[in-house]
Design a protein around this ligand. Structure first.
Ligand SMILES: *Cc1c(COP(=O)(O)O)cnc(C)c1O
Length: 397
């Protein structure tokens, strides 16, 4: 028996090398085997020349990292277990006690929560700026500012910012810094653009982060995040913090994202078209006060979107007439059948969620009616429109 156990573990057979297939192989490991003590002592992993431990990369994670770096037009990619952990990884890699972080007032909520929770507790301050007003960013950058988050468009309300103008503000501040002072770094949450709507590094940002949970996966069944850089030094800082935090992704999860990638551009395009059709149609419906989507005239930042982007993601938000308060709008969401209630997006299924925007940000929110954010999936547009029609009929009844 003991001999059998040993033989099954230390089996001599090795499959022939050279197997090739469409899907990259899925490698899984905590332990990585070294050929000898010299290799165990000296094997490098930082430059992806080899393997040392599951947390430091496998052939499978290296392949995904290279593909995401290409998607983003960057040089290096580091994978994190969720989009949110990629956000906090960026914060922890670059911020030190006594430094300040600036975040758009309309940023992804949990990004703000990490700043007001952990970062505050660690002596790192933060302030919110109006991403539609580069002068507001210029006014808020101070000598202790170290990191500026950017997001295009804003979360939930989808205001499209002038990224090159915001980056120019940061560059100007860096030009005026005292000698030896740490430069301000810009990090973009590029989950919406996903590497398809616009080129993140063309806008001048230093770091592009994505929730691979959304478009790259496309399946609504896996969580992952990425941090992409073009600068060797910045990459090294992210990689070392990532290593010391012990952030890793599983082979199976990596496989799911690798499987989604080939169809990503087609899905983005299809969902963009469906979303624009529904958002445009929604504008003329009874009970609707405003539809927010960067491709719609009159939506905040529309002109900038037109200038800087060539596509738009699957999100639009609807502000209802002021006679429809939160309770009525909740009932509207409950009456939808194809649009399910849920948070993540860019998967096959359409989603909706009501938001109380005024409680989520510093700047006053001018609308009285409730807001619902829609995420459009891969269903037929006519069916989705039918679903919205029956729910609107009930709302207006
Ligand atoms: C979903 C999302 C994230 C976080 O991704 P998770 O994988 O869900 O943690 C970050 N930013 C934006 C804009 C997102 O939509």
């Amino acid at each position: 028996m003991s001999e059998l156990s040993t033989n099954l573990i230390h089996h001599p057979y090795r499959a022939p090398a050279g197997f090739d297939a469409v899907a990259p192989g899925v490698h899984k490991a905590s332990t990585v085997i070294f050929p000898n003590v010299h290799a165990l002592r000296t094997q490098e992993w930082v430059d992806k020349s080899g393997y040392t431990y599951g947390l430091h990369g496998t052939p499978t994670t290296f392949v995904l990292e290279e593909r995401i770096a290409t998607l983003e037009g960057g040089l290096h990619c580091v994978l994190a277990p969720s989009g949110l952990s990629a956000v906090s990884l960026v914060d922890m890699a670059f911020l030190r006690q006594g430094e300040e972080l600036l975040i758009p007032d309309n940023a992804y909520g949990p990004n703000k929560s990490f700043a007001s929770g952990e970062l505050s507790a660690w002596g790192i301050t933060h302030r919110f700026y109006d991403a539609q007003n580069p002068q507001d960013l210029a006014d808020k950058i101070g000598p202790s500012t170290r990191l500026v988050w950017l997001e295009a468009p804003g979360s939930i309300t989808l205001e499209y910012p002038d990224l090159p103008a915001l980056v120019a503000v940061v560059r100007q501040a860096n030009g005026q810094r005292a000698e030896g002072a740490r430069a301000v770094i810009t990090a973009l949450d590029n989950t919406w653009g996903a590497g398809i709507a616009f080129d993140a590094f063309e806008t001048g940002v230093d770091v592009s982060m994505q929730a691979l949970t959304k478009y790259p996966s496309g399946g609504a069944d896996v969580l992952m995040g990425s941090v992409v850089t073009r600068d060797e030094h910045l990459h090294r800082q992210v990689l070392m913090t990532h290593m010391r935090l012990g952030l890793g992704v599983s082979g199976n999860d990596t496989e799911l994202v690798l499987r989604g990638l080939p169809s990503m551009a087609l899905r983005y395009q299809a969902q963009d078209a469906s979303t624009r059709a529904l958002a445009t149609w929604m504008q003329s419906q009874k009970g609707v006060s405003q539809v927010l989507h960067p491709a719609l005239k009159g939506s905040p930042g529309h002109d900038t979107w037109l200038r800087d982007a060539k596509a738009a993601a699957c999100l639009f938000s609807v502000v209802f007439d002021e006679r429809f308060d939160a309770t009525r709008v909740d009932a509207f969401c409950d009456s939808l059948r194809l649009f399910k209630l849920g948070w993540s997006w860019a998967g096959p299924i359409s989603l909706c969620a009501p938001y109380d925007v005024s409680s989520m940000r510093k700047a006053p929110w001018p609308h009285k009616g409730g807001l619902v954010r829609f995420a459009v999936g891969l269903e037929a547009v006519a069916d989705l429109q039918g679903d919205l029609t029956q729910a609107l009929d009930r709302l207006n009844a």
